[in-house]
Write a protein that binds this ligand. Structure first.
Ligand code: GLC
Length: 420
């Protein structure tokens, strides 16, 4: 009797183990770290609990440009080990043919804000990534310091520069020798493309390559915009800014050592944490404008994509849909200060109680300037390298703005060849 029972229970456990192994799938997921990486892992843990599947995260380098190089290597090798990639919104043209078209599988995700979803849509209309947030760059400023020195929130780059210098000088004279006026992203990488596009467009200097494919960068407004930034280096911005990425700028800001910072909304919740020196002492506003243009914010943001070489596509699709639905947004946007991708969430009163920035981001979320990746199609990776290299040469004093934009025009014409 005893014997019979244990044989039965062994048999039952084998059946159970067999059935569990037959359905439990392990996925590999490549993504950047930081707070957004943390957010994705938290949500994924919920999905793992719900489905019994397991996900291994592969942490990518902090620079978007380095991440791009790694993805390119894997995708060109038709690597079947990576199932899901977190992709930047400018990569649809480049990786479009190596990522699966998610469109036939979508339901509520089709209601994502059209300006955002279109960044993940290929020329053929395939949706190759599902955004979980849209990046809206803002000017962070110290409310306490502006008040102390009786200065208004700047609306133009000139006003920002003048106020930054004024407060930096005063604070230093008072013994605060670490104070800087303005921190931003000056490393030679995709982040500089975002910042420099804002300077150029907000000076009325166009968007590097216009919507119709015309190369427009060689103009006096664009040159003036780059020259303006070159003057910041070593005056209101540390010499080291030419090597800064997002987190370097935030490091200085977070210690209370900057009057202004250009950054994405993820920095808002981190700056509001107890351990931040600027908690309760800052606010954000739209980026300043130049003499001939209007305030411009480059569209940022990331989405989830499934590799064509994955052997577990069905399960991977289920996860990326889970991560980009409304419930996932409601669960995380306030804690991580992510701008949502469903328009009505910007009006959510409950979130706005703690995430007070949320309602203010609604207008800007509709007015973002996409980088010209769609019109330059698969050539965007070369275009952005040419652009940020030119911008970097100006901010490091190797060239003046006029020379840099003239040479950049030539380089872009070569990249364009007979057509984008
Ligand atoms: C942010 C943006 C992304 C951009 C990157 C540049 O991560 O979301 O779109 O390319 O910054 O550093």
């Amino acid at each position: 009797m005893m014997m019979k029972k244990s044989i039965l229970s062994i048999f039952a456990s084998i059946v159970f183990l067999f059935s569990f192994n037959a359905t439990a799938i392990e996925l590999n997921f490549a993504q950047g770290g930081g707070s957004q990486g943390q957010m994705t892992m938290e949500l994924t843990a919920e999905w793992e609990k719900k489905t019994g599947h397991k996900v291994n995260f592969l942490e990518m380098p902090a620079s978007t440009s380095d991440q791009y190089v790694q993805y390119k290597t894997w995708l060109s090798a038709q690597n079947s080990d990576v199932d899901i990639y977190k992709v930047d919104n400018v990569w649809a043209g480049e990786f479009g043919t190596q990522l699966i078209d998610l469109k036939p599988y979508l339901d509520e995700q089709l209601e994502i804000m059209p300006n955002v979803l279109s960044a993940y849509t290929t020329a053929k209309g395939e949706i190759i990534g599902l955004p979980y947030s849209v990046g809206i760059p803002m000017l962070y400023y110290r409310t306490d310091l502006l008040e102390k020195y009786n200065r208004d929130v700047p609306e133009t780059w000139d006003e920002m520069t003048e106020t930054a210098q004024f407060i930096q000088d005063k604070e230093r004279a008072a013994g605060n020798d670490k104070m800087w006026g303005f921190v931003w992203q000056g490393n030679a990488y995709e982040g500089l493309t975002c910042d420099a596009l804002e300077w150029v467009a907000s000076h009325g200097g166009g968007m590097i390559v216009e919507k119709d494919g015309t190369i427009s960068i060689n103009n006096a407004n664009a040159a003036a915009a780059l020259d303006m930034a070159a003057k910041w280096v070593g005056t209101i911005s540390p010499e080291g800014v030419i090597g800064y990425k997002e987190e370097d700028a935030r490091g200085i800001w977070d210690q209370g050592n900057a009057v202004f910072m250009r950054n994405w909304p993820y920095a808002w919740s981190l700056s509001n944490k107890d351990e931040s020196s600027v908690k309760g002492k800052f606010d954000v506003v739209q980026l300043p404008r130049g003499p001939n243009g209007k305030s411009t914010s480059t569209m940022g943001g990331w989405g989830y994509a499934v590799s064509k070489y994955s052997e577990k596509q069905e399960v991977a699709i289920d996860l990326v849909k889970f991560l980009s639905n409304r419930d996932a947004q409601h669960a995380t946007i306030a804690e991580y200060s992510m701008p949502p991708v469903y328009i009505e969430i910007y009006d959510n009163k409950e979130h706005a109680e703690t995430y007070t920035l949320l309602p203010l981001l609604k207008g800007p979320s509709q007015a973002l300037l996409p980088r010209p990746s769609a019109q330059t199609s698969g050539k965007w990776p070369q275009v952005t390298v040419a652009f940020y290299t030119a911008a970097h040469e100006v901010i490091t004093g190797k060239k003046d703005g006029t020379t840099a934009v003239a040479e950049l025009e030539k380089a872009l014409k070569k990249i364009k060849g007979k057509g984008w």
